[in-house]
Design a protein around this ligand. Structure first.
Ligand code: BGC
Length: 758
């Protein structure tokens, strides 16, 4: 019989226990006992190994690429690596796992991470778009599918959800989050964690999630990626941290820290954030992975003189695992021996990593996620249906005049125009995992698939959006000059009853490192739009984009505007569902659309200031050359029917700290078709120990109504909803008056007041 090593004996014990009583597997006490037993067997070198993550995009069976892969392979065999990223496929993960399982002393299995941000093979809307559905069940479902497709390809850990509240449309990564509001982002965070992880992490169809980027990454100065963040304690606690706390409470397995510094301290080396708030105050027991290389990047930040010092700062601050930074592997053992890092901290970090591995079921079966049969079980057709469903729910109708939408029978000749009209790649978006290039249903295809055969569809691209090669790595060069396709587009448009124009952003204009100072219709698109408008004003503008755009001219001139984002694999079919009226649009913006880029960062939940703008002083806290409010505010979105809000009522005008009150409003469908409305509840604390936002989202409910039907919607408001991070530096409510604001977007709201008595 092959000789079993120490851990082998130990694990044999685990198998026996599990066989007798499967429920023990998930019991917390049992996991802790196992973790402690494994830790007790480990040398310091092996412990540090668990805190090291390697990028694995090299051919494991072949020669080394540009880096020292032979060394990496040797380290895997020696048990000096805890996790890898970018190792994809059942075969590749099995190969890598085998290096560890067949060679290392303790055979502690690896985790395999990957950026599965909006789907693995089946691509769903980019996160900002999907949030516009406000459909938490749908968002949980898409995470569940992404987890299944990942697990079937050997990946057991996603670096998602990104729950950085972000309010600056210049920042390219705004597409990757849930927008400007902490409450909505928190709800999405929980739905995503549940979807990826299910109730039981050891379920081979679910994977570990990672709440990122902890913290403040969405607030980079001037919208520049990786940039310095200047926010105070009040903003940190009231705006940035709530989604992370919600994810921690929902049991997210890991956190990822961030590239930025926060008030002078890099997030990766931020002890208050990681050790005090996350691990102590929130009592969270998963592990924190650094962002890619963010530990050695503290050298460039100027807070560490070398990798060794960076490793010391990061570990002491509570960063548990070093993603491809090479700092922990080169320095931690020495730092412990020199007394610069305590072994207790190392033990704590290792236990956190082991805990997640046990919960994932990897100690029971290191190849649990390298199972080729799972892929066979997947119905990609079914996943496509889900992708279409969530994509149509994510579309936001911004404007609909001249009764252009849904497309009428009188529109017998439709011209489809624009650089994105037949683009099968841009809807896949950035952060596309294994979504195949050019695999989306384009808008043109969607219309051809879904519109009556009697309608004549003609197509002209008009212009290219980008020039040359498009890639994840390089910024896109925009076509600023070539208008050779204009003439054909103008002729096509002039003969049509209706023009559908698809304009916006290329997939690689948003995403990491894709900040822009201009957020209008890039290149020659604006000119193309204006030229077409001269010959035919019956235009439906379909926007395909990852960030809020500056579309002021279009909003003043174009009769119908549909925000269709980058909607993923089924994009064109979903847009067609809305345009032809098979689906009545119900999406609402999760982020404000500005009138001008100079308004950024722009968000509805601003502070009042001491000089709020008013009818006499319109420029107070605003601008002299532009209005200060949004062109399309947070929460905004139209329907093919009309909704009327009537009679906001409170059950009482006073509330006790242990009581609650109900706020009710009647919603009526006053139009001709059935429709869905997302009713939104906002609160305002009128006088408090710190300044407070002029309104904050605190609840929402989706209501479907037939024409003429009405329904009373009731929200329960309790003391917890009135709490905030106060001048006492803790979460509490304060007595006094509050406004209740309810309506269909953050601007058009009915108001009532009540007071909290303590
Ligand atoms: C990004 C992370 C991502 C990591 C791994 C970093 O550049 O900031 O969000 O998870 O790379 O790909």
């Amino acid at each position: 019989m092959k000789k079993l090593n120490l851990l082998g004996f130990f694990l044999l014990g685990c198998f026996m226990v599990n066989a007798q009583d499967s429920t023990i597997k998930s019991s917390v006490r049992n996991v802790e006992t196992k973790v402690d037993s494994v830790l007790a067997l480990m040398t310091l070198e092996e412990k540090v190994g668990q805190l090291v993550q390697y990028n694995g995009s090299w051919d494991l069976t072949g020669p080394a690429s540009e880096m020292n892969n032979k060394q990496k392979e040797d380290n895997l065999k020696a048990g000096k690596v805890g996790a890898m990223l970018n190792v994809l496929s059942v075969e590749a993960t099995r190969e890598a796992q085998k290096l560890v399982m067949e060679n290392s002393r303790l055979k502690i299995p690896l985790m395999f991470g990957y950026d599965v941000i909006h789907g693995y093979t089946t691509i769903f809307p980019v996160p900002l778009a999907e949030t516009a559905s406000w459909d938490l069940e749908a968002m949980e479902k898409t995470a569940q599918i992404a987890a299944l497709e990942s697990a079937a390809n050997g990946v057991n850990w996603t670096f998602s959800p990104m729950i950085d509240v972000s309010r600056d449309a210049r920042w390219g990564r705004i597409m990757e989050g849930s927008g400007e509001d902490p409450y909505l982002t928190s709800k999405v965070a929980v739905a995503k964690v549940k979807g990826y992880q299910s109730d039981d992490l050891s379920n081979p169809k679910s994977i570990a999630a990672s709440a990122k980027h902890f913290a403040g990454y969405g607030f980079g100065e001037a919208g520049r990626d990786y940039n310095t963040v200047h926010i105070g304690e009040n903003e940190l606690h009231n705006t940035i941290l709530p989604p992370f706390e919600a994810a921690a409470e929902a049991g997210v397995a890991t956190f990822m820290n961030a590239f930025n510094d926060l008030d002078g301290i890099p997030a990766t080396g931020h002890k208050t954030l990681q050790r005090d708030i996350l691990k102590r105050d929130w009592d969270w027991n998963g592990f924190v992975v650094s962002d890619w290389g963010s530990i050695p990047e503290m050298i460039a930040h100027g807070v560490a003189k070398d990798k060794k010092e960076a490793a010391k700062i990061a570990l002491n601050a509570g960063s548990d695992m070093d993603m491809e930074g090479g700092a922990y592997e080169s320095s931690l053992v020495g730092l412990v021996k020199e007394g610069e890092v305590s072994e207790d901290y190392i033990n704590d970090a290792v236990k956190r990593v082991l805990r997640v591995k046990f919960k994932l079921g990897l100690f029971d079966d290191p190849y649990l996620y390298s199972n080729a049969e799972l892929l066979e079980e997947i119905s990609f057709e079914e996943h496509k249906n889900v992708a279409r469903d969530v994509a149509k729910k994510s579309i936001v109708l911004l404007k609909n005049e001249k009764d252009l939408l849904p497309i009428k029978e009188s529109a017998q000749k439709i011209a489809v125009i624009g650089p994105l009209a037949d683009d099968k790649d841009t809807p896949i978006g950035n952060w596309r995992a294994q979504g195949e290039a050019n695999s989306a249903v384009s808008l043109l295809e969607g219309l051809q698939n879904n519109i009556s055969e009697n309608v004549e569809i003609s197509y002209a691209k008009g212009a290219d959006l980008g020039v040359g090669e498009r890639s994840f790595l390089m910024p896109l060069e925009i076509n600023e000059t070539d208008k050779s396709g204009f003439e054909e587009a103008i002729n096509t448009a002039s003969e049509a009853d209706l023009v559908i124009m698809a304009l916006g952003e290329d997939a690689f204009q948003t995403g990491e490192g894709r900040s822009q100072v201009n957020i209008g219709l890039a290149g020659v698109q604006q000119e193309l739009l204006e030229e077409i408008y001269k010959v035919n004003q019956n235009i439906v503008l379909v926007l395909i984009n990852g960030r809020p755009l500056e579309i002021t001219w279009a909003s003043e001139n174009i009769p119908a505007i549909v925000e269709a984002w980058q909607l993923g694999s089924e994009s064109g079919n979903a847009i067609a569902d809305v345009l032809v009226g098979d689906y009545n649009p119900s999406g609402k913006l999760p982020v404000s659309f500005p009138r001008a880029v100079g308004q950024e960062p722009l968000y509805y939940n601003q502070k009042s200031t001491g000089r709020p703008s008013n009818p006499i002083h319109v420029t107070y806290s605003g601008y002299t050359d532009e209005k200060k409010d949004a062109l399309y505010p947070f929460g905004f979105g139209l329907s093919y029917t009309d909704f009327e809000y009537e009679g906001l009522q409170l059950s009482s005008e006073e509330m006790d700290t242990d009581g609650s009150i109900q706020a009710s409003i009647t919603l009526k469908n006053t139009g001709d078709v059935e429709g869905k409305e997302i009713v939104q509840l906002y609160l305002r604390d009128l006088v408090a120990s710190t300044t407070r936002a002029v309104k904050e989202l605190k609840g929402f409910e989706t209501v479907s109504l037939a024409p003429g039907e009405s329904k009373t919607v009731t929200f329960e408001i309790d003391e917890k909803m009135l709490q905030f991070y106060s001048a006492n530096r803790k979460w509490e409510s304060e007595e006094g008056e509050f406004e209740v604001l309810i309506g269909g977007n953050s601007r058009d709201l009915q108001k009532a007041t009540f007071s909290l008595k303590k």
